[in-house]
Design a protein around this ligand. Structure first.
Ligand SMILES: [Zn+2]
Length: 330
C-alpha cells in the first residue's frame, strides 16, 4: 500500500516539508531524518530581515511624537478619517497587548470571514487511490485565497502554559488546535479554557501513532476514539483531522471520513522557537498558507510558547499578513 507522508513530499517539493513533528515515540525516525536532511539551519528564515510592509505599525517608535507618527489614536477628535470609537478602543487594546507581549509590531487585523467559502481540494501529489471517487476528505497545505492571511495550527498538547492562553486572548490572534488524548488527558481543563477563548479543538488521534503502519480498524479506533473524547469533554465533534507526522494512507482517510471528518489540513510552514521551516523551495509565505507549530516548552526547545508566538507574529506581521481563523474559510 502506498504511504503518503511528509517525507516523500519533502523530497518532491524541495526539501523542507518533513520538518514536522518531534518524534515522541520510536516510530518517527523518518520524520527525524527529514528534519536532519531538509530543514533550515537555526537562525535562518525566521529572522527579522523580511521586507517592511507599509501597513506595519511600529510599536514604540523612537520618534513617536514626531511627524512620522501615524498612530490613529494620536489623531484629534475632528480628524476626517478618525476611526469609530469602538474600533479605536479595540485597536488601543491591541497596541497595548502587542507592547505588553514585546512584539515588534501590532498584529494586523484579518479581513472578515469570506462570504463565499473557497473550494478546498486535495493538493496535487497528496491524493490516495480513489480519493475523489470515494469522497475522501481533502488533504491540503494552503487555503485558496488572494487575501494576505495565514492560518496558525498548533499540535499535540504537551505544554500547557497559562501565559500562552493569556497572550493569545490579549492579542486576539486566532488559531486551531489539533490534540492527542494521551497528552491532553492530564489537564483537560486547560483546553477547555482555550475553547472558551474561541479556539476550535480538533482531532490528532488518541495516541499519536504512525498511522500507515496500522490496519484500517486500528486507525479508525485512533481517529473515532479521539472524536468521542473531544465530543464528550468539549461538546463538539471535530470536522478537522491532522494525521500525526503528516503521514497517512488510503485507510486513514477512509477511517477519518467514517468518523465524521470533513477536512485534513496539513501545513506549508512550520514555526519553532528559533526558526521557520518551509515546504516550498523558495522559502516564502503565501496567501492562505497553513502554519504548523506545537504545544511545547523549555523541555523541548529553547524558549516558551510566548517566545515561539513572538517569532511567528513578528514575521507574518512584518510581511503584511494577518492571522485568520481556519474554520472561517472551510
Ligand atoms: Zn503531532
Amino acid at each position: 500500500m502506498r504511504v503518503v507522508g511528509q517525507n516523500d513530499k519533502s523530497r518532491r517539493n524541495g526539501g523542507a516539508a518533513g520538518c514536522g513533528h518531534v518524534a515522541r515515540g520510536g516510530i518517527a525516525l523518518l520524520a527525524v531524518a527529514a528534519i536532519a536532511a531538509g530543514c533550515a539551519p537555526p537562525g535562518d528564515g525566521g529572522s527579522q530581515s523580511a521586507l517592511p510592509s507599509p501597513s506595519r505599525q511600529p510599536l514604540e517608535a523612537p520618534h513617536a511624537k514626531g511627524p512620522q507618527a501615524k498612530e490613529p489614536l494620536a489623531k484629534g477628535p475632528h480628524a476626517k478619517d478618525a476611526p469609530p470609537k469602538k474600533f479605536r478602543s479595540a485597536q488601543a487594546a491591541r497596541v497595548a497587548a502587542a507592547k505588553h507581549w514585546r512584539l515588534a509590531g501590532v498584529p494586523l487585523t484579518p479581513p472578515p470571514p469570506p462570504a463565499r467559502k473557497p473550494a478546498i481540494t486535495t493538493r496535487a501529489g497528496f491524493e490516495v487511490d480513489g480519493h475523489e471517487e470515494l469522497g475522501l476528505p481533502p488533504v491540503f497545505t494552503t487555503v485558496p485565497t488572494k487575501q494576505k492571511v495565514v492560518f496558525l495550527t498548533i499540535d499535540d498538547g504537551a505544554e500547557k502554559d497559562p501565559a500562552f492562553l493569556r497572550m493569545m486572548s490579549d492579542l486576539q490572534v486566532p488559531y486551531t488546535a489539533f490534540l492527542s488524548d494521551y497528552l491532553i488527558k492530564e489537564d483537560y481543563g486547560y483546553f477547555e479554557r482555550m475553547q472558551a477563548n474561541g479556539v476550535v479543538l480538533n482531532n490528532h488521534t488518541l495516541h499519536h501513532p504512525y498511522l500507515p503502519a496500522l490496519s484500517y480498524l486500528r486507525q479508525k479506533r485512533e481517529i473515532c476514539g479521539m472524536q468521542e473524547v473531544i465530543e464528550e469533554r468539549y461538546g463538539k465533534r471535530p470536522l478537522l483531522f491532522r494525521p500525526p507526522f503528516g503521514n497517512y494512507d488510503r485507510n486513514t482517510l477512509r477511517a477519518a471520513k467514517r468518523c465524521g471528518i470533513r477536512y485534513v489540513p496539513l501545513w506549508n510552514e512550520e514555526v519553532f522557537v528559533d526558526r521557520w521551516d518551509y515546504r516550498e523551495w523558495d522559502r516564502k509565505i503565501r496567501p492562505g498558507d497553513i502554519v504548523l507549530t506545537h504545544f511545547r516548552g523549555r523541555e523541548d526547545w529553547k524558549g516558551t510558547m510566548p517566545d515561539m508566538i513572538r517569532r511567528f507574529l513578528n514575521k507574518v506581521t512584518a510581511e503584511g499578513y494577518a492571522v485568520a481563523r481556519l474554520e472561517d474559510y472551510l
